[in-house]
Design a protein around this ligand. Sequence first.
Ligand SMILES: Nc1ncnc2c1ncn2[C@@H]1O[C@H](COP(=O)(O)OP(=O)(O)O)[C@@H](O)[C@H]1O
Ligand SMILES: [Mg+2]
Length: 337
Amino acid sequence: MHVLSVSSLKGGVGKTTVSLGLASAAFTRGLKTLVVDLDPQHDASSGLGAIGVYRETCAEVLENPKHNVVHRAIVASSWSLLHPGVMDVMVGSEKIRALDTPNPSIRDLWKLEEALYRVEEDYDLVIIDTPPSLNALTRTAWAASDRVLVVSEPAMFSVVASYRAVSAIKEMQAKLNPRVATAGVVVNRYLEGNQEHEFRLGELKEVFGSGLLEPYFEDIPQVQQAQGAGRPIHLWPGEVTQRIASNFDHILNQVIASFNLHQPAETAQTTSRFARFKKVMRGSGLESVIKFDSAEEKIAGNQDAIDRIIQMQGTEEAITIETPTYVYVPGGKKAKY
Ligand SMILES: Nc1ncnc2c1ncn2[C@@H]1O[C@H](COP(=O)(O)OP(=O)(O)O)[C@@H](O)[C@H]1O
Ligand SMILES: [Mg+2]
């Protein structure tokens, strides 16, 4: 299972549109797909036909990522009535807004990772639609992700916003989740021939180079129609729509290639002084998780033990770690080391 977040620090640029377009591409090519709707506006859930009232949603999952809660918050999309395959959604809810705080605890940031660990065998691809900010929800999404796709309009300030997003992803990689990296920047709502757009596109190219993915998505009404009708774009008729659908196929290919491309290097801390504390993350074998679990139990939540470990490394430098690395163990315990 691979996990992709779709993010931007601005609203209305097309995060949900790109999330649903990629979900449509994945679903129609036979990948078992889950969309996690972390945006309080929950447009992705609506687009996937999950418009009922749900007792369990992403909000309850982030409060308590237990097996039963996670499974009840996931429902089948109505897209699955139109095409064979698996297309599910972890439903969004307005309630989640209360969790989007500016200073989440490390423990909270791992909640979605823990939830997805419970469905690891069920999906090939998980796409997380995130809110347009860098608060708790987006960071929770990135902590659970392998890659982040940044969506950008070719408009004023979007270069700066995209650059900030990419920098924030790098920081997340250095401090919390070494697995995460940028999958690239996608351009949406592009108007060919529009001078301002051409100029901003030039800026984006200059800043991101090959990180700027092609093709670009034009602004066309059919995108909204398919979305409003709760249909996957790949199953919406018309030549223009099919061109957009094929653009999403191309972007999905690049995203999948990026999953396999570069495994982020482990941090220097992990490889040298802390080598014996193997990082346990979703994706490692259950065996190593269990083995590690017992070792981890001893130090988790025990500040004395953590201090002792740091002291045993002997240097002042080790005591003043500026970018602490955190260990996640399914089941809830984490330790700083
Ligand atoms: N390429 C496009 N062509 C036409 N309309 C689009 C396109 N991309 C997005 N939209 C529309 O713009 C609005 C905002 O897009 P959305 O994906 O919801 O943005 P975000 O999730 O970033 O807030 C929606 O009504 C959507 O249907
Ligand atoms: Mg949205």
